[in-house]
Design a protein around this ligand. Structure first.
Ligand code: GLV
Ligand code: MN
Ligand code: MN
Length: 384
């Protein structure tokens, strides 16, 4: 991440902007406005990624933001533009996503700072190891001169491709829960322990994984994933004594999501009780669904129209920093078509022509917002 920050800073320096890394590890760079005390518009996305990832999820939104500043060629707008490259959006290391953006809305709290990675290193310690001071997290908070947040991102799904459209305006982002479930049984010899005397944590976990898939198939719009499973001690001739799994569960309705998550915890308890296993579960995230801000979303649609494309509106199944920023400031997103709908995989890609359209859309959008006193003059537009 240090290398990534260095490289991005190298791209930003010719634009005359000063780059800083805030105490949550977010890269931040402000491009000045016509007036020194003008408010600011945020444009960004995340710089972290998943294991064996593609090259565009997150970083493309930061690259597009920088390109927009380059395209302005020194032209100043009635608002400053702060480019943001968020840290730890995916939740790979600590199980909890959106750590960087949570610092901006004042939600990187003590509990989250104490969360540990698989090596027992806390978020707090990781921040220190990176060379930053976790005591200064509050300095990462949004300034009250913030007009809004825009995020360009690949769709990460097949919808725009099926519609033959390069861009979409996001109207809402589905809520998501992330849980860690541990089945504990009794490790024992695989050759000598009769089947009816086993307390096999893997067999219990496997039964539950099947239930997870069936539960999601039964509810329209519900998606549920067990993406990770660690079994101990992990040998062919030993019955597993402990299995830790993750559950990621999402729906555009918070009610449907929380009901399904509750039902699956109940099923895990039932399986554990029947098999003589014990169960621990912890909820690492329960993030509600979030609507994008209507004025900005309409402006995005106008801007997409100006690029000669049809503005599709859609709900995002993927989570984004925009859903965290939306707690405090108007937030909106622009999606780019994702070939084959493939993401979180090295085959993830994007067409250069679609990126070109996104940049054109962004420039139209900046001009529209600059010409709209309702946007940059009205103090009521900024949420507290
Ligand atoms: C972010 O990529 C997510 O998991 O939605
Ligand atoms: Mn991702
Ligand atoms: Mn992403």
């Amino acid at each position: 991440m240090h290398d990534c920050h260095r490289e991005i800073s190298r791209w930003l320096e010719p634009l005359g902007v000063k780059v800083r890394i805030d105490s949550a590890g977010n890269l931040r760079a402000v491009y000045a406005a016509t007036e020194p005390d003008a408010p600011r518009l945020l444009i960004g996305s995340h710089l972290d990624t998943v294991p064996n990832a593609g090259a565009y999820d997150g970083i493309l939104g930061v690259v597009v933001a920088i390109r927009l500043l380059e395209e302005l060629q020194g032209r100043k707008l009635p608002f400053a533009i702060e480019v943001l490259g968020f840290s730890e959006e995916e939740g790979v290391r600590f199980g909890t996503p959106f750590i960087g953006s949570r610092a901006l809305v004042g939600r990187l709290d003590q509990e989250l700072l104490d969360a540990q990675d698989a090596q027992g290193i806390s978020v707090r310690k990781a921040i220190e190891n990176f060379g930053l001071n976790p005591l200064n997290i509050s300095q990462a908070a949004l300034e009250n001169d913030t007009l809004g947040y825009l995020e360009f991102h690949i769709e990460q799904g097949p919808i725009l491709e099926s519609l033959h459209q390069p861009l979409a305006a996001v109207e809402a982002i589905a809520g998501q829960s992330r849980l860690e479930i541990t089945f504990s049984g009794r490790a024992n010899h695989a050759g000598t322990t009769p089947m009816h005397l086993r307390r096999d944590a893997i067999a219990g976990a496997a039964e539950w994984i099947g239930r997870v898939e069936r539960a999601a198939q039964a509810v329209p719009g519900l998606v549920a994933t067990v993406g990770r499973i660690d079994a101990k001690p992990g040998a062919a001739n030993v019955i597993a004594g402990e299995v830790r799994l993750t559950l990621d569960i999402r729906h555009s309705s918070d009610d449907s999501r929380t009901r399904a998550a509750g039902g699956l915890i109940w099923e895990a308890q039932d399986i554990a009780a029947r098999r003589g296993l014990s169960l621990r579960e912890s909820t690492l995230l329960s993030q509600r669904a979030v609507a994008m801000e209507p004025f900005l979303t309409e402006q995005i649609e106008h801007a997409i129209l100006k690029t000669g494309c049809k503005p599709h509106r859609m709900v995002s199944g993927a989570g984004h920093d925009a859903m965290i920023l939306a707690e405090k400031v108007p937030a909106a997103m622009i999606f780019l078509r994702t070939p084959g709908g493939i993401s979180h995989d090295p085959a993830e890609s994007v067409a250069a022509e679609d990126v070109e359209k996104a940049i054109q859309c962004g420039l139209h959008l900046l001009d529209q917002l600059a010409a709209s006193p309702e946007f940059h003059k009205s103090p009521t537009f900024t949420k507290g």
